[in-house]
Design a protein around this ligand. Structure first.
Ligand code: SAM
Length: 432
């Protein structure tokens, strides 16, 4: 009932936990995750189908969640139809009631009989056609008049697995040649992503050769493009201000082992533990600090930083394909709340940057309130002290859309990457 948990507003991790997911054997865990993610990804479409299939549809109920799993199996998997229906009916008997089990049986069989009429009917309303909440569809459309449909379609696609090799240990060519059996792993190496490998179809990380030995990390291409923009040189002092679980911290350390200091800060102790484990696996070391980036006085030693990375908390509207629960958990009002926090993070950390130093603001959002508009507001407030470095790094050029106002935006699905926004700011004069 993990799907139901998310539909009731529980986080994905908590919903899995409540459903006892981790107690399943590994093979069943993988299958269950596939079904849960699929049901959540297509829930808005399924809700529309249910409207045409039932007199009193309640897509966010336990029954609705189970029907969504059933519809996902019928519409988008190779599970034989009779097996999908039977397993959903059996689950309804166990978890709901005999009457609801009969309803599940009737609804799924009716879908099978009338699927083409029902699918056409579901296409008529945007939430059904794009399988996203209405407010998101409207926001994407307003922000990206020429791209909103492709953003929505990308949000429904199952993503590939992207890896970053630990360049101090192995090259990606050597990793592919020596670790990945070409019969089992379909792998490509984009020319303009120096340490990145794309595995499609994806496979569980537990099966990745060399993962526990620290040869590779899982990191989407969109995320891999941020760190090189900072142009880190040996002997620099660097702050990674929202660091956990450490994907970019590790990338910073791998690409520039000669830094004088890397402070990896986060306010979430549990996530910082994961950062520590990730760095240990990769044989890397940072100065890990538990603290609030909004309160530098509590953790800063007063020495200015040459580079600051703010990989800020955000709506995550660029990574919906990886986290379909976002469609159900985010609300329109969250966007302004994130933008306020992001703006406060920028204002709090800017004084810690040395004159001539650079700050990279990075989010996995596609909404202007959290991206270009936010940077515009910051530059206005800090006129004469901050400028934007507009030059796109060579590798970003092939992935991102340069924006006419500020920053560069990788749109979700472009070259199979997640959506990501980056803006690089330089301090031109000291803060008074
Ligand atoms: C997008 S995630 C960072 C991902 C990370 N940079 C990586 O590459 O793996 C945002 C992080 O910001 C942290 N965060 C949120 N508010 C913060 C604050 N006020 N101070 C420090 N960290 C904060 C969250 O705990 C979360 O780990």
């Amino acid at each position: 009932m993990a799907v139901y948990g998310v539909l009731r507003g529980r986080s994905y991790a908590r919903a899995l936990n409540d459903a006892g997911h981790c107690r399943f054997p590994q093979e069943r865990q993988a299958l269950a995750s596939e079904l849960i993610q699929g049901a959540l990804r297509w829930q808005h479409r399924h809700a529309e189908l249910m409207r045409h299939l039932m007199e009193r549809p309640r897509p966010a109920s336990r029954l609705g969640a189970l029907l969504s799993v059933g519809l996902f199996q019928l519409r988008r998997t190779r599970v034989p139809a009779h097996a999908a229906v039977n397993s959903c009916v059996a689950a309804a008997k166990e978890l709901l009631s005999p009457a609801q089990a009969r309803l599940v049986n009737a609804v799924l069989r009716r879908y099978l009989r009338e699927s083409s009429r029902l699918e056409s009917a579901a296409d008529r309303r945007p939430q059904g056609r794009f399988s996203h909440p209405g407010w998101m569809i409207r926001s994407f459309r307003a922000a990206w008049p020429g791209h909103w449909e492709s953003i929505l379609r990308a949000g429904n696609r199952k993503p590939p697995l992207w890896l970053r090799v630990h360049q101090g240990r192995i090259s990606r060519e050597a990793y592919r040649a020596s670790m990945l059996n070409p019969q089992a792993w379909n792998c490509s190496l984009p020319q303009d992503l120096p340490n990145g490998l794309q595995i499609d179809p994806p496979k569980p990380v537990s099966r990745l050769p060399g993962f526990s030995a620290g040869m590779v990390s899982v990191q989407d291409a969109g995320a891999q493009l941020a760190v090189p923009l900072l142009g880190i040189q040996p002997r620099m002092r660097v702050l990674d201000a929202c660091a956990a679980p450490g994907g970019k911290t590790a990338q910073l350390l791998e690409t520039c082992p000669g830094m004088k200091q890397l402070v990896a800060l986060d306010c979430d102790a549990g996530r910082l533990d994961r950062l520590g484990e990730n760095l240990d696996r990769l044989g890397l070391k940072a100065n890990i600090r538990l603290g609030d980036a909004l309160q530098p006085r509590d953790w800063w030693d007063g020495q200015p930083f040459d580079r600051i990375l703010i990989d800020a908390p955000c709506s995550a509207t660029g990574v919906i394909r990886r986290h379909p629960d976002i469609k159900h958990l985010r609300r329109a009002a969250d966007i302004a709340r994130f933008a306020r926090l992001q703006s406060r993070l920028l204002q709090s950390l800017w004084p810690l940057l040395t004159t001539g130093g650079r700050l990279l603001y990075s989010v996995c959002s596609v909404l202007p309130e959290e991206t270009a508009q936010l940077i515009d507001g910051f530059l206005r407030e800090n006129r004469g002290q901050a400028r934007e470095v507009r030059r796109l790094d060579g590798s970003s050029r092939g992935w991102a859309l340069p924006l006419s106002d500020h920053g560069c935006q990788i749109l979700p699905g472009r070259r199979c990457a997640d959506g990501h926004f980056n803006a690089l700011l330089e301090k031109t004069a000291g803060t008074s």
